[in-house]
Write a protein that binds this ligand. Structure first.
Ligand code: ZN
Length: 95
């Protein structure tokens, strides 16, 4: 199986994954693939940090160069384009 797509890893990290063959297969792959496991771990940390953050912690969106670095890390080695747009503090969950 090919590497799990970043978008799918993000769904898993967000806990949005619905039980099903796709996710079971993806999780099996992640178990045996250092690259995908590292990426999933990084996404989980990112999601955890984002959920823990309050709007007051992030009065402005991250600087462009920081955001570009994050998106580059996320899409590293996959040949997939980085996600578009930056997180907005007023779109933070739990605010
Ligand atoms: Zn992989």
């Amino acid at each position: 199986m090919a590497h799990v797509e970043s978008a799918h890893l993000l769904e898993l990290a967000l806990g949005n994954a619905a039980p099903g063959d796709d996710d079971a297969e993806a999780l099996r792959h992640v178990e045996h693939c250092d690259l995908c496991r590292d990426e999933l771990g990084m996404l989980i940390r990112l999601v955890t940090a984002a959920r823990a953050a309050k709007a007051v912690d992030l009065p402005i969106p991250p600087p462009e160069h920081i955001w570009l670095r994050i998106t580059r890390e996320v899409s590293r080695g996959r040949g997939t384009p980085p996600p578009q747009g930056r997180p907005r503090p007023d779109a933070a969950p739990g605010s």
